[in-house]
Structure formats: structure tokens, C-alpha cells
Design a protein around this ligand. Structure first.
Ligand code: ADP
Ligand code: MG
Length: 402
């Protein structure tokens, strides 16, 4: 894959950069700017090299048409603050405003286009529709830099198709992310543990099959736990449960046993009578979850057990909070896990945190990014990489220029 330095002298060139600026918003207030900060160095590097930088990105899931609440306008403002220079904002993606502002850019200036997903072509299923939109994007620029790691697993116009139309390079953020993932998959320093949690249970179960071949230990928390506990024959009350996955999980448990991979499950959970911060809640053993309660966090004994299982690890990948951390009564498990990772990072272990909510959780709980080895900007992309899947946004970069 080519890097931006392989693109030669960029002074005066129009460079289209696909970034991942999909940040959480509360109205128009950005509640976690991690992805903006992670994207800024590539953009700044190009601007400092004299390029006319045209950044494109998506926000949320609009359905192929403009929707005010998904506007990237607040992101343009924040990006400008992070870069230390104003960012021009176009209120369409490939329309008259975008074309005029792209044409008027001066060397070293940065333009952010409005949300890519306001255009149906961005995520269209047919190659023709995507190619048409990609053609309009490509017509704005001379070269393309792919730096949206959070979307490299998507076959979308601004990720995949546009790279086939312009000379292209891999941005620094994507390079860094891929380097870290390579260290996890190719000969990781052992013991190597993977911690999985969060709520997207069926999305994340897929990766386990592959992890059983590489990791030494698998720690399971979050909403995913209850499908595991059910597979072991426990009652899980009103907890998150994917009953159609119980057999798959049984298969994983048997395979782990055969192959000597240690699966570590919680021994206690915080069980609440509703999904709310002021619900009545208590710590119960995993074999005593009341029928009318739901597990919303791992319990204190489990936190201690997990910390113990991580203490000697040299490599850890963590995806998914241990509980519904957004609500204070259910944040302790996630906090304890983050603390365990911080400790081993200080002792030289490689720790990687993946997943949008996991990254937001560690920041919300007061940790600094520097206390971990790497905080990935792409949860889905990193899981698919670990799962051994082909990521179209990376494959197209390897193909070379059109
Ligand atoms: P990530 O974005 O890090 O990949 P997910 O999106 O899979 O993580 O899941 C994050 C969400 O999981 C959080 O909003 C959290 O509240 C929720 N969650 C964690 N544990 C539980 C649980 N036991 N029951 C319900 N929701 C949970
Ligand atoms: Mg999430």
C-alpha cells in the first residue's frame, strides 16, 4: 500500500481524504471528539505539504437524503479548532456549493464536505449507483487518501469505488490501525487475551471462532455474557439473550475446551429490575439471577477475577463495555477492566481498545488515551480484521492505481 509520501509533491494538488468523523452528538454538541482528533494529523500533514485538502465523511445513518440532525457542520467547527486553522464547510457533498468551494481552495486550506450519506449513491448496493457517486466525488480532486479506518470494512463509494478512480494512498491513521492489528494476529506476545463485551452480541460472536485459534484467553462480559451463561444452563432472567445463538456458543465452549483456550466468564453480576439508573439493583451469583431481573454489569468478584486473568498478559484486545456503563450504578465493571489494562500497559504489555462505545467509556470514566497502547477508531473494522475477513477498503488500496 502506498503512503501519502509516495504521492510526491502535493503542493497545489486537490487531495480528497476519506476520514471517519462519525462522532456521538447530543443535539449539535460533540460528546466525544476522539475520531476528530485521530483524523487530524493526516489532514494537517497534507495541508502542511501545501495540498488543497477536501475531507469527506459520514455521520450517523441518514437514509440517502439530507437531514439536519446529521449535518457535519458541528464537526467542521471542531476540526478547525483541533487543526488550529479554519475549516471551510460545504453544505452539500458533490453539489454546487461543494464544487465552488473545492475550486476556490488555496494551497494548505481544508474543506469539509457535507455528510456523504445524504447521497443514496454512497451506500448503494449496485456497483453502478456507487460508481456514479464516486465519479462525482473523484471529479473534485486529483488524488485520494483513504484514512477512515472505521469504514474500511464497507464497500461504499467513498471508501472503495473512489479509490479505483484516482491515484491513491493509505492515510497515517489507517496505516497505524492496520499495523496494530497485524501485531495482534501475527505472532502476538503471549499470554494473549481478548476481552469481549457490549451489546452487539450476534455481530461479535462471529469473531470468536477465529479467536479460538489465536488467543490464549477469552474474557466475556457485557450483554454477551448471558448467551454464554444460558449455554451453560443458567437462567438469565430478563437479561440480554440471543436464544438462537445458544447452540453456536455451546460449540465455542466445547472447542475452547478441546483446544486449551481458557474462557473466563463472570461469577457474579449486578441484577436490576429495569434498564434504568434508578432501578432497584443487587449483586447476585450467576447461578442465582432472579427471573424478573436483568444483568447490567459484571459484579465485583468478576472484576477481580478478570483483573487477575489479565495481570500476566503481554497482549490484550478489548472490545465492548462490561456493563451499561452510561448509567453510574453499572459502570464499575468497565472501570475495573480499564484499570487492569492501564496497569499492564504500564508494565509494557500491548493493549488495544476497539469499539466506539468502549473508547467513549474509557474517556467518560476519566482515563487518558495515552494510558492504553492503542485506542482504535474502528470497532467493526477491527473485529472483521481479527475475524480474518477481507476488508474491501484495504483490498482496493493494495490493488494499486487505476
Ligand atoms: P462497542 O461500540 O464498544 O463495540 P457495543 O456497541 O457492542 O460496544 O455495546 C455498547 C453498549 O453495550 C453500551 O451502550 C452498553 O450500555 C451496552 N451494554 C453493556 N453491557 C450490557 C448489558 N449487560 N445489558 C445491556 N446493555 C449492555
Ligand atoms: Mg457501539
Amino acid at each position: 500500500m502506498k503512503t501519502t509520501t509516495d504521492l510526491g509533491d502535493l503542493r497545489g494538488k486537490r487531495v480528497l481524504v476519506r476520514s471517519d468523523l462519525n462522532v456521538p452528538l447530543d443535539g449539535t454538541t460533540i460528546t466525544d471528539d476522539g475520531r476528530i482528533r485521530a483524523s487530524a494529523p493526516t489532514i494537517k500533514g497534507l495541508a502542511d505539504a501545501g495540498a488543497r485538502v477536501i475531507v469527506c465523511a459520514h455521520l450517523g445513518r441518514p437514509k440517502g437524503a439530507p437531514e439536519a440532525k446529521y449535518s457535519l457542520a458541528p464537526v467542521a467547527k471542531r476540526l478547525g479548532e483541533v487543526l488550529g486553522s479554519d475549516v471551510v464547510f460545504a453544505d452539500d457533498t458533490v453539489g454546487d456549493d461543494a464544487k465552488a468551494k473545492a475550486a476556490a481552495l488555496e494551497d494548505g486550506q481544508v474543506l469539509l464536505l457535507e455528510n456523504l450519506r445524504f447521497n443514496a449513491g454512497e451506500t448503494a448496493k449496485t456497483d453502478e449507483e456507487r460508481a456514479e457517486f464516486a465519479g462525482e466525488l473523484a471529479s473534485l480532486a486529483d488524488v485520494f487518501v483513504s484514512d477512515g479506518f472505521g469504514v474500511v470494512h464497507r464497500k461504499q463509494a467513498s471508501v472503495y469505488d473512489v479509490a479505483r478512480l484516482l491515484p491513491h494512498a493509505t492515510g497515517d491513521l489507517v496505516s497505524t490501525e492496520v499495523d496494530v492489528l497485524r501485531r495482534l494476529t501475527k505472532d502476538p506476545e503471549r499470554p494473549y487475551a481478548v476481552v469481549l463485551g457490549g451489546a452487539k452480541v450476534s455481530d461479535k460472536l462471529g469473531v470468536i471462532g477465529n479467536l479460538l485459534g489465536t488467543a490464549d484467553r477469552l474474557l466475556i462480559g457485557g450483554g454477551m455474557v448471558f448467551t454464554f451463561l444460558a449455554a451453560q444452563g443458567h437462567e438469565v432472567g430478563k437479561s440480554l439473550l440471543e436464544s438462537d445463538q445458544v447452540d453456536t456458543v455451546k460449540g465455542y465452549l466445547e472447542r475452547a475446551e478441546r483446544e486449551g483456550v481458557e474462557i473466563v466468564l463472570p461469577v457474579d453480576v449486578v441484577a436490576a429490575d429495569a434498564f434504568s439508573a434508578d432501578a432497584d439493583h443487587e449483586v447476585v451469583a450467576v447461578d442465582a439471577i432472579p427471573a424478573d431481573r436483568m444483568g447490567l454489569d459484571i459484579g465485583p468478584e468478576s472484576s477481580a477475577l478478570f483483573a487477575d486473568k489479565l495481570a500476566d498478559c503481554r497482549t490484550v484486545f478489548w472490545n465492548g463495555p462490561m456493563g451499561a456503563f452510561e448509567m453510574e450504578p453499572y459502570a464499575a465493571g468497565t472501570k475495573a477492566l480499564a484499570e487492569a489494562l492501564v496497569d499492564i500497559t504500564a508494565r509494557g504489555a500491548l493493549t488495544v481498545v476497539g469499539g466506539g462505545d468502549s473508547a467513549a467509556a474509557v474517556r467518560q470514566l476519566g482515563f487518558r488515551d495515552e494510558q492504553f497502547g492503542h485506542i482504535s477508531t474502528g470497532g467493526g473494522a477491527s473485529l472483521e480484521y481479527l475475524e480474518g475477513k477481507e476488508l474491501p477498503g484495504l483490498t482496493v488500496l493494495e490493488e494499486g492505481d487505476a
